[in-house]
Design a protein around this ligand. Sequence first.
Ligand SMILES: [Mn+2]
Length: 359
Amino acid sequence: MKMTWRWYGVGNDSVTLEQIRQIPGVEGIVWSLHDKLAGEVWELERIEAEADLIRSYGFHPEVVESVNIHDSIKIGSPERDKYIDIYIDTIRKLAKVGVKVICYNFMPVFDWVRTDLYNEMPDGSNALFYDKKKAELPPKELIDRVLEKGSDFTMPGWEPERLAKIEELFDAYKGIDEEKLTENCKYFLERIIPVCEECDVKMAIHPDDPPQPIYGLPRIIRSSEHIRRFLKLVDSPYNGLTLCSGSLGASPANDIPAMIREFGDRIHFAHIRNVKCFDNGDFIETSHRTSDGSVPVDKIVKAYHEIGFKGYTRPDHGRHIWGEEKFCRPGYGMYDRALGVMYLLGLWDAYELERRKKV
Ligand SMILES: [Mn+2]
């Protein structure tokens, strides 16, 4: 398990590389060119500059999250080939600076949905919350609601340029059902995976967040059955997963330790976090500790340890604690994610100790 930390870049994150360097066990920075909209060309000079900066602090830049997929690829419209060519160009450039894993998602319209970014908890901390009823509001109302209390940072998938065209976007996805979206995903993979094999860059799709259809939009990565089907679309180790315990864990039916045992060799990136699920379908993001939420984080780390997981891992989101909600990105403060790193590494070290005793 190689511990990493998602960082949004200079001037685009309240946490600095100097601070991340002081968190025990973090070896790599998960990065991206966050000002790039899906489908834009990534210049090699900018990629090199970012990788050099990350390396200058002693971290590796081997994981990129995300290179976003242009809507034409998900919709399957005629200009998709042009955008797949641009995607391939980015894969080749990222390979040049030593990138090994690219995280991406195949969710229509929204990359992720919550209804409140700063929901207060009884202990005075606050965290991202999903109210199932409110997620049924008309999309424009939901967007206004979410952004009303939002931070100054632009959130991935919620870029103002995208949201301004939300109605057109919904129109463009009319007629795209689960089958059609899966077919379009296969078309994309069939073109990019041979390039990934050649460049030694592994693709790692992120599950749908939340793991259920919203606004009638299809969601194709949300259960074991969906993942099994996805991995067969192109059966190559380069076509793999970002297994996000928080996204999948918002559906109590998902048995994440079982997924780790079944799909282990195709998991290239592990996102680990906890959520507390309520009977009415609402959920809130909690601390990483197992007893604080509904996701068995201890059993998840145990499953990774048992399969000898050598992939990249990161604490996914954190609560906002000690007042940092005033300046941090929603879900991406420093303190609670640092506590998450220590909890995950603590579990790992304990399982390692147990294993060594048995040998
Ligand atoms: Mn995640």
